[in-house]
Write a protein that binds this ligand. Structure first.
Ligand code: ZN
Length: 429
């Protein structure tokens, strides 16, 4: 463990620490973050209305919209000269969310990422190939700081240049791969196709930046001969380091001494009891630059605070099912792309690359699942194609309760992703 004292703290002691840190964060917001103070006042809240974490549920949520409205620095709680680092979301459709760090935030960021790496079994004897993008994306830098803090040898490859990635993986004897699961899958297929698995020394994968199914992780593990672990974080909440998976692999331990988490019903906003599935809402407890109240992550998961066999006491969150933003509503049925993926990935003859296309035909919403064949010669056998299609259709129908159109396409024709995957095309708008 990287910080055993903090990571194995008793639950009662942890609650007391969270309470104490929350009081400080609450006072910090009222004193130093005028825009956040204004948002609270507009919702009819005064500083004295909140005495403890038990009052948290009375407070309004913060969401991505607040970041857009207050772009770039409106939500910040320190003067510009105290910010030593800025990161941002990709912001494909609007202004990005800006994330900021003070020097102390950077110290915590290093420790939180070192925890994530140690949890996955990484030690200072490892060589880590970081195939996450660097730049404004928090992923590359966050994990880099954690690994560096532990004394791990680092190859900051960034994403892309697959051939060079494989060459370095072999020549530098990389033992740890840091990537988005989509890119790890892509790399792992390239390894399989090149037949070089036995020349690799990889043993652990640290995957984050987007959700993935256990089936996808299993495929990467098989192609690379590694143990895959997940980690989680959001730019608005300081990037990676919020939670990570230990080698028990029964969920990701949340750094609860730094983040207070709730699960809510995404429709009503009501707080749900532990164990129920809903949207993760996070209140950071120690962030100086950007304290926030009840940030809605849009990620759907559930929490478990039972003690883990690894000895850590921090609650675990399930790897996310998907984002509530990515959830598709097709003929009244809620569907996550990951649910379709879990059906596809266990089929024979097809690869792990797919695209979901939603259309409206008349008043009917339709879902087309476009998926790639592993062997193009199957395209010549109508009977074979029909058998594969019908099997996928039937399994999706039995799991999701809807009928979809399945289209099988030639190998290497579905788009590949070096960073986060975008597997849904909604043509209804
Ligand atoms: Zn554990």
């Amino acid at each position: 463990m990287w910080q055993p004292e903090q990571e194995t703290i008793g639950r009662a002691e942890l609650r007391a620490l969270q309470e104490q840190r929350f009081q400080a964060a609450w006072a910090h917001i009222w004193l130093n973050a005028p825009a956040q103070r204004g948002i609270l006042r507009d919702a009819g809240v005064e500083q004295g209305d909140v005495r403890s974490l038990d009052d948290l549920h009375k407070l309004p949520f913060t969401d991505k919209r607040a970041f857009t409205e207050q772009y770039p620095f409106g939500l910040f709680a320190v003067p510009p000269e105290d910010i030593v680092r800025l990161h941002s979301t990709s912001g494909t459709t609007s202004k990005p969310s800006m994330g900021g760090y003070t020097a102390r935030d950077m110290q915590n960021w290093k420790d939180l990422n070192a925890r994530v790496c140690a949890m996955a079994g990484v030690t200072k004897h490892d060589t880590a190939q970081i195939s996450f993008g660097f730049g404004m994306f928090t992923g590359g830098f966050g994990l880099n700081y954690g690994l560096e803090h532990m004394g791990v040898r680092i190859l900051p490859m960034g994403s892309g240049q697959t051939e060079k990635q494989l060459m370095m993986m072999i020549d530098m004897a990389s033992t740890v791969l840091v990537a988005t699961p989509s890119y790890a899958l892509y790399l792992s297929e390239a390894v399989r196709e090149a037949g070089i698995r036995d020349s690799l020394k990889l043993r652990v994968g640290l995957f984050g930046g987007e959700g993935h199914t256990p089936e996808m992780a299993a495929q990467i593990e098989e192609n690379l001969g590694i143990t895959a672990t997940s980690n989680y974080g959001l730019c608005e909440l300081g990037g990676p380091g919020l939670s990570g998976e230990c080698l028990e692999r029964k969920g990701m331990h949340i750094a609860e001494d730094h983040f207070y988490c709730e699960i809510i019903d995404p429709d009503t906003g009501a707080v749900l009891p532990e164990g129920e599935t809903g949207e993760l809402v996070v209140t950071p407890l120690t962030r100086q630059a950007l304290p926030l109240i009840r940030y809605r992550t849009k990620d759907i998961t559930r929490l478990n605070s039972e003690r883990c066999a690894c000895g850590r006491t921090h609650a675990r969150m399930n790897p996310t099912l998907g984002r509530s933003d990515d959830m598709l509503i097709i003929r009244g049925v809620n569907i996550f792309p990951s649910q379709v993926e879990s059906v596809l990935i266990r089929q024979e003859h097809i690869g792990p690359h797919y695209m979901l296309i939603v259309r409206r035909e008349g008043v009917m919403d339709t879902l087309e699942v476009q998926v790639e064949l592993v062997d193009g010669s199957v395209l010549e056998s109508y009977r074979m194609l029909e058998t594969i299609r019908e099997k996928i259709r039937a399994e999706i129908r039995s799991i999701l309760g809807i009928t979809v159109k399945v289209t099988l396409v030639a190998p290497q024709t579905v788009e590949r992703f070096m960073g986060k995957a975008r597997r849904v095309r909604d043509e209804r708008k």
